[in-house]
Design a protein around this ligand. Structure first.
Ligand code: MV4
Length: 451
C-alpha cells in the first residue's frame, strides 16, 4: 500500500481523508495556506507544509508548490479532495509524470468528462438517455436555431467547459437565441478560456438524482445507489439524501443500470458520480459526470457501509474492487444537512469570524464531518460550508427525526449559521413528504423563513 499520501485540500474533506489514511496506516501530509495555519487539517496530519498565501491561486491551486511539497516529503500519492485541483486534468497529468499517484481517474478521463459537450456525445454513443438536444458542441447560430426548432422551446444553452450550473442560459423563443448564444459563449470564453456551447431541451423544475460509481483498473464497475440532491439553492446543494424519496424501485434499477453503462462505456476508474435530471413523468436524462469524490459522499457511505475514501485509495494503488454489484445492499436511509456560515435572512450572506462556542450533536445515528473547533476563526477566503451533519435511520422517517433532534442540539456561537434555516426546511410539508424539486427553495423562500 502507499506509504505516504499528501492531501491537496483543506476543511472537512482534508480531515476525512486524513482519518481514512490513519485507519489504513498510511502517513499523511497536509498542505496549507498561510491563513489556514490554525486549521485542524494542519494539526491532525503527520506532517504539514505551507504552500503559499491565502488566495486559492497562490496555494491550494498552485500546482508547482503542491508538487514540490509532495516530492520534498516523498509522498507516493496525492488525494485532491473536491474543488480546487480535483478536476484539473493538467494537475493529474503532472502527478503522473512525477510518478505520484493521483487518487482519482486519469487525466484523459478528467478532460473528457470536463468537456460537458464531449461527455454528452460519449453518452449518446453508449445509449445512455440524454436530454434531447445537440449531438456535441454547436458551431453556428444557424445550427442552434435548427436544433432548437426541432426539439422545441424552451431550450437551455450550456457551456462545454461549464458544469454545476455555470455558463447556462435558458432560451424561451427564437428571437432571443442569437443574443443569448453570443453573450453566453463570450462569458464562457472569459471564464473558462473555451466559448463552445451545446444545447438541450429545457426541463422545468427537474429533480436532481446522482449515482455513485466505483471502477477499478480491471474494468469492474459497480454503482452504490443514488443521492437525491434536489433540495438546493442557486446550484448549491442544501440537503442530500439516499435513497431518493421520489423514485420507484423500477426507476432506481433503470437509472443504476444506465449509470453503470455510462461508466463502462468510458472505462471509468476510481470514484465518480453520474448526474441525472428527472422530469415530472420520471423520465431521466444524463446531464454530467463528476470525476471526483463529492461533498455528499457520506450519505452513500451510511446506506452502503462502504468507506468511499478508502476505496479510492485502494483503487488508485491498483487493487481490485472487493465487491460485485450483488454484494451491494442498500440499507436504511441517510440525510445530510450542510451547515454554512451564512445568514439566510440576508440573502445567505457569508459570515467570517471566530467561533466562540461550539457543540456538535451525537448519539445514535449521527455523524458529523467538520473542521470547526471552539476558538477557530473562519477565514473570509474560502467557501462557507463549515460542517456536514449526517443522520442514519432504518427508514427516511427515522433519519429525519434523528436529524431534527441532532440539529436542535447543535450550538454554534460567534458567527451566523443556517442551522435554524435547515430546521425550518426539515419541517416543511414538502420535505416531510419528499415532494420537492430543484426550484423549491427559491420558490418558497419567504414561507420557509417565516415558519
Ligand atoms: C438542466 C436543467 C433543465 N434542463 N438541463 C444545473 C446544474 C447542472 N449540473 C445542470 N443543471 C440543470 N440542467 C436541462 N436540459 C436544469 C438544471 C438545474 C439544476 C440541475 C440540477 C440541480 C439543480 C438545478 C437547479 C437549477 C437548474
Amino acid at each position: 500500500m502507499f506509504g505516504k499520501i499528501l492531501i491537496a485540500n483543506r476543511g472537512e474533506i482534508a480531515l476525512r481523508i486524513i482519518r481514512a489514511c490513519k485507519e489504513m496506516n498510511i502517513a499523511t501530509v497536509s498542505v496549507y495556506s498561510q491563513i489556514d495555519k490554525e486549521s485542524l487539517h494542519v494539526k491532525l496530519a503527520d506532517e504539514a507544509i505551507c504552500i503559499g498565501t491565502a488566495l486559492p491561486k497562490d496555494s491550494y491551486l498552485n500546482i508547482e508548490n503542491i508538487i514540490s511539497a509532495a516530492v520534498g516529503v516523498g509522498a507516493d500519492a496525492i488525494h485532491p479532495g473536491f474543488g480546487f485541483l480535483a478536476e484539473n486534468a493538467k494537475f493529474a497529468r503532472i502527478c503522473e509524470e512525477c510518478h505520484i499517484a493521483f487518487i482519482g481517474p486519469d487525466a484523459k478521463m478528467i478532460e473528457n468528462m470536463g468537456d460537458k459537450a464531449r461527455a454528452r456525445e460519449l453518452m449518446i454513443k453508449a445509449k445512455v438517455p440524454v436530454v434531447p438536444g445537440s449531438k456535441g458542441a454547436i458551431s453556428t447560430i444557424d445550427e442552434a436555431k435548427v436544433i432548437a426548432k426541432k426539439i422545441g422551446y424552451p431550450v437551455i444553452l450550456k457551456a462545454s467547459a461549464g458544469g454545476g450550473g455555470r455558463g447556462m442560459r435558458i432560451v424561451d423563443k427564437e428571437d432571443e437565441l442569437e443574443q443569448l448564444f453570443l453573450t453566453a459563449s463570450h462569458e464562457a470564453q472569459l471564464a473558462f478560456g473555451d466559448g463552445s456551447m451545446y444545447m438541450e431541451k429545457y426541463i422545468r423544475n427537474p429533480r436532481h438524482i446522482e449515482f455513485q460509481i466505483l471502477g477499478d483498473s480491471f474494468g469492474n464497475i459497480i454503482h452504490l445507489g443514488e443521492r437525491d440532491c434536489s433540495m438546493q439553492r442557486r446550484h448549491q446543494k442544501v440537503i442530500e439524501e439516499s435513497p431518493s424519496p421520489h423514485i420507484s424501485d423500477d426507476v432506481r434499477a433503470a437509472m443504476g443500470e444506465a449509470a453503470v453503462r455510462a461508466a463502462q462505456s468510458v472505462n471509468y476508474k476510481n470514484a465518480g458520480t453520474v448526474e441525472f435530471i428527472l422530469d415530472a413523468d420520471n423520465s431521466f436524462y444524463f446531464i454530467e459526470m463528476n470525476t471526483r469524490i463529492q461533498v455528499e459522499h457520506p450519505v452513500t457511505e451510511m446506506v452502503t457501509g462502504i468507506d468511499l475514501i478508502k476505496e479510492q485509495i485502494r483503487i488508485a494503488y491498483g487493487e481490485k474492487l472487493c465487491y460485485t454489484q450483488d454484494d451491494i445492499n442498500l440499507v436504511g436511509a441517510a440525510i445530510e444537512c450542510r451547515i454554512n456560515a451564512e445568514n439566510p435572512s440576508l440573502n445567505f450572506r457569508p459570515c467570517a469570524g471566530t467561533i466562540t462556542a461550539l457543540h456538535f450533536p451525537g448519539g445514535r445515528g449521527v455523524r458529523v464531518e467538520s473542521n470547526m473547533y471552539s476558538g477557530y476563526t473562519i477565514p473570509p477566503t474560502y467557501d462557507s460550508m463549515i460542517a456536514k451533519i449526517i443522520t442514519f435511520g432504518k427508514d427516511r422517517a427515522e433519519a429525519l427525526s434523528i436529524m431534527k433532534r441532532a440539529l436542535s442540539e447543535t450550538v454554534i456561537e460567534g458567527i451566523d449559521n443556517n442551522i435554524e434555516f435547515q430546521l425550518d426546511l426539515l419541517h416543511t410539508k414538502a420535505f416531510e413528504e419528499g415532494c420537492f424539486n430543484t426550484s423549491y427553495i427559491e420558490q418558497n423562500l419567504d414561507e420557509i423563513l417565516e415558519v
